[in-house]
Unconditional design. Structure first.
Length: 88
């Protein structure tokens, strides 16, 4: 099980690096917003894998807060993009 969790953590780190590249090079603001939302999901998944690997439930409240902030940020960004498109 430890090998699988370490492999999952490695894959999450690699995907996080790819997402950071998309955030820096994204051609539009919407691409950067989506990349930030996906990065939050990867951080949540990575913290969950860390919790499983070390059998430590301490970061669970942090995960709940991060998930809530990611959701609110996504909804706000979608609302702003919709308003911007409506003005055109």
């Amino acid at each position: 099980m430890t090998v699988a969790l370490n492999l999952a953590l490695g894959i999450l780190v690699a995907s996080g690096l790819i997402i950071l590249v998309r955030m820096l090079r994204g051609p539009a603001a919407l691409d950067r917003i989506v990349a930030l939302d996906v990065l939050a999901s990867v951080i949540i998944a990575g913290t969950t894998v860390h919790m499983a690997l070390w059998r430590d439930p301490t970061p669970l409240p942090v995960l709940v807060v991060l998930a809530l902030l990611a959701f609110i940020g996504s909804v706000t960004a979608a609302h702003l993009v919709e308003r911007r498109e409506g003005m055109r």
